[in-house]
Design a protein around this ligand. Structure first.
Ligand code: HEM
Length: 384
């Protein structure tokens, strides 16, 4: 039979045309598909606040949050007996939004990590001044902490802040393909989304961005416990953090009365077992004036100046970083006046809590927290 090429070999130009159309359609489909994945990732980040692969739980947005009108959170961890324990015992009252515990710890969520309020701008400006004037006291980082600091910074700037507080922080992609920045809508500044080469500079950026202090602990080289390798602490309570650098958890807490007997073992165990994705909070209380008293220091009775004295509460958080496995200990410092506490009707509770420092399982706290110095005078005012 004669072979008819007209039917078996299609003409060259239409075939070429078909191939080109097929390839360009495939390319178009591929582009649309990639864009869809991109869009899904972005919208997932915006709606759930988690970028795939960062290992953190999703962050819920506070869409209407207005920092200017938000009063500082009121934490009133006053207990008639001060017991040093890691237990999860709840506070005896929860009138306020932040139901808390005293020495014990409480499980919470990623959402609560950073709390904003109307003091934000004043506080970050003060923090920046402190970091400039007292750099070596408030900032430090060993090279070994870089990956942990970078991991936390990129998540905070790239995910947490713009998701949780979209009216304060926005990710801006400048035209011309330049890298995105975090715009602080309160200060009008743009902040790089990438960490600095030096971890100390990344900590400086972090310290001037939110009103929280951060301490980074990495697993100790000998595999026993965790060691402090970097920090930005503008408001440490009665200790010099730079003196604690490169110390293990138990050595950091050496001046804390009864720490060795009551807390050391359980805290080391707790830290070793803490899994990424869990967030732990704790509140600690006071001092009304001055700092701590350490062994050997003298007690002198002080008259509390009601106008100047402050009840100090730290809203503390603990979590483990998903990638580097370092532990981040962070805290926001809240200050309340004695008249404020009294007007709320907590005068007697606070007076009992001052005595309670003597009545629990670690009576040395009455001395350590300087209640021996200012307690009598503060109680007289609170109960008057
Ligand atoms: C669940 C975790 C923790 C618990 C239960 C705990 C417990 C305590 C307690 C009871 C005190 C005495 C003052 C107070 O009432 O707060 C204290 C002080 C202190 N803690 Fe912790 N702590 C924890 C985590 C950490 C971490 C991760 C660091 C990181 C460096 C740290 C650093 C300090 C320092 C520097 C002091 C002051 C010590 C001094 O007076 O020199 N704590 N801690």
């Amino acid at each position: 039979m004669e072979f008819d090429a007209r039917w078996h070999w299609p003409p060259v130009w239409p075939t070429l045309f078909c191939c080109v159309s097929l390839i360009s359609s495939l390319l178009m489909l591929l582009t649309i598909f990639t864009k869809m994945i991109d869009l899904r990732t972005t919208s997932k980040l915006q709606s759930t606040g988690s970028a795939p692969g960062d290992g953190y739980p999703p962050v819920e947005p506070l869409l209407d949050f207005d920092w200017k009108t938000k009063e500082p959170i009121k934490i009133r961890p006053f207990k008639p007996k001060y017991n040093l324990t890691m237990s999860k015992s709840l506070l005896f009252f929860d009138k306020f939004t932040f139901t808390d515990i005293l020495q014990g710890i409480q499980e919470t969520t990623v959402n609560e990590l950073i709390e904003m309020d109307k003091n934000y701008l004043d506080r970050i400006m003060l923090r920046r001044r402190l970091m400039a004037d007292y750099t070596n006291t408030v900032l430090a980082a060993e090279d070994s902490v870089k990956s942990a600091v970078d991991e936390f910074y990129t998540w905070l700037v790239g995910t947490y802040l713009p998701t949780r507080y979209p009216r304060m922080f926005q990710i801006i992609s400048p035209p011309g393909g330049n890298s995105s920045v975090l715009r602080n809508l309160v200060t009008g500044e743009d902040l790089s989304m990438c960490s600095s080469e030096a971890p100390k500079e990344t900590l400086r950026a972090l310290g001037g961005l939110v009103d929280d202090d951060f301490l980074f602990l990495v697993p100790s080289e000998d595999g026993d416990s965790f060691t402090l390798k970097g920090f930005v602490t503008c408001f440490p309570n009665g200790f010099n953090t730079s003196k604690k650098l490169n110390m293990k958890l138990r050595d950091i807490h050496k001046p804390v009365p009864n720490y060795k007997e009551k807390l050391e073992k359980s805290m080391d165990r707790y830290f070793a077992k803490l899994k990424p994705g869990r967030f732990i909070k704790r509140a600690n209380l006071f001092t009304a004036s001055g700092n701590h008293l350490y062994e050997g220091e003298k007690i002198s009775q002080e008259e509390v100046n009601i106008k100047l004295a402050r009840v100090r509460v730290e809203r503390q958080f603990l979590h483990r970083l998903p990638r580097s496995q370092a532990i981040v200990f962070s805290f926001k410092t809240l200050l309340y006046t004695l008249p404020e506490i009294k007007e709320e009707g907590f005068g007697d509770e606070l007076a009992d809590a001052i005595d309670g420092l003597n009545n629990g399982n670690a009576p040395g706290f009455h001395f350590y927290k300087r209640a021996a110095v200012w307690g009598a005078s503060a109680k007289a005012y609170l109960q008057s």
